[in-house]
Design a protein around this ligand. Structure first.
Ligand SMILES: Nc1ncnc2c1ncn2[C@@H]1O[C@H](COP(=O)(O)OP(=O)(O)O)[C@@H](O)[C@H]1O
Ligand SMILES: [Mg+2]
Length: 368
């Protein structure tokens, strides 16, 4: 049996506050069973980190941990994403498709923003959890699965139930074990360690020398309310490292990075040192914007890559049903455009918002 400290090290959970240690104690205790877990917490508090740790510490760790943001997927698509569909079951269903439930068989499904799930999908979800089987859209026979559910939300589900936006039966089913991760502003003792951890990780991945975080800077970080919680802290610290020139991260390094819209900036108690020229500040803000764009692109690349990994995973290739590859979507879009323009490539390229040259190349590549 691991200790709480060993567990935290192994699964990358940082924080020595009483709250974090207690939460880790609970997840260690419930991980091995198949019981549903409901995680409450504001955005960026670490809900996914905890969900992943539960999966990794369970006997399901060799199988998939799949994370789905129920709020980000358009209502009409969510059911087909979750349960899959048969070819031709609706317009746009070009192929058989596995849903997340099937892909996560014997693994864990993390349903993020469950409070945003439409009521009709909630009905299907509850049935799938209770019977361990479900009907694919357009299918006549059920598919058996063994999936552990971890759900997360930022909304008060009890209140959602009262407002009839969330089904009470599903709520009771999900809340078997409930974890509440407090916002970072309620556990400021974690800030110091988290900041050092993110600096070290970021430097290691970029092969940068670790800069010194001054005591004043730590105090400054602790003075801020972190509406974006740990995610915001991580972004701020990484930007500061990326912009750093002299190996020292002091208060100045963070002033342009953290201010919230309420004017509740961390600097409210500190003198404002604007010993830089407006040009320097401008340049710094521009660097920061570029850095954010670069991070977005890296995240997008990651998302696309993960999508492909699911497709290419031989474990999922034992029949002809799989997640729709991007390539296929592209091919269908091109076919469609050519159909609609009766083969006129110039107009088709315009519809597709690509150059004619690219279109020719793709027609050749896909042998259309
Ligand atoms: N206790 C923690 N220890 C280490 N990293 C954390 C912790 N909490 C959050 N993070 C990091 O902060 C970011 C946001 O966490 P995430 O789990 O995605 O939050 P949420 O799902 O609640 O929005 C991620 O990069 C995650 O790795
Ligand atoms: Mg999240």
């Amino acid at each position: 049996m691991m200790t709480v400290e060993e567990f935290k090290n192994k699964y990358g959970i940082i924080g020595k506050s009483k709250e974090i240690r207690e939460l880790v104690g609970i997840i260690m205790q419930v991980a091995s069973s198949d019981i549903s877990v409901l995680i409450y917490g504001e955005s960026g508090t670490g809900k996914e980190v905890f969900a992943k740790a539960i999966h990794e510490y369970s006997s399901r760790s060799a199988k998939q941990f799949l994370s789905i943001n129920c709020g980000a997927i358009p209502e009409g698509l969510l059911e087909s994403e979750l349960f899959g569909h048969k070819k031709g079951s609706f317009t746009g269903a070009f192929d058989n498709r596995k849903g997340y439930f099937e892909i996560a068989d014997e693994g864990t499904l993390f349903l993020d923003e469950i409070g945003d799930m439409p009521l009709t999908t909630q009905v299907r979800l509850l049935r799938a959890i209770e019977t361990n089987e479900f009907l694919k859209i357009g299918a006549e026979t059920t598919t058996k699965v063994d999936v552990r559910i971890i759900a997360a939300t930022n909304k008060d589900l009890q209140q959602e139930v009262e407002a009839k936006r969330f089904r009470e039966d599903l709520y009771f089913r999900l809340k078997a074990v409930t974890l509440s991760i407090p916002p970072l502003r309620k556990r400021k003792s974690d800030i110091d360690e988290l900041a050092h951890y993110f600096i070290a990780n970021f430097c290691a991945s970029g092969k940068i020398e670790i800069p010194l975080l001054t005591q004043d800077a730590i105090e400054y970080l602790k003075n801020y309310d972190w509406p974006g919680n740990v995610r915001e802290l991580k972004n701020a610290v990484e930007s500061a490292v990326a912009l750093n020139k002299n190996g020292i991260l002091d208060v100045q390094a963070f002033i342009p990075l953290i201010t919230n819209p309420n004017g509740n900036s961390a600097s409210r108690n500190l003198p404002i040192h604007l010993n830089r020229s407006p040009e320097e500040l401008d340049r710094e803000l521009m660097y920061r914007a570029l850095f954010e764009i670069k991070k977005d692109i890296m995240e997008l690349k990651d998302m696309i890559y993960q999508q492909r990994v699911v497709v290419d995973d031989p474990k999922n290739n034992n029949d002809n049903e799989e997640v729709l590859p991007l390539e296929q979507l592209e091919k269908e879009a091109i076919k469609n455009a050519l159909d609609q323009t009766k083969g006129n490539k110039r107009n088709a390229a315009k519809m597709l918002k690509i150059s004619e040259r690219t279109l020719y190349r793709k027609i050749k590549e896909y042998e259309l």
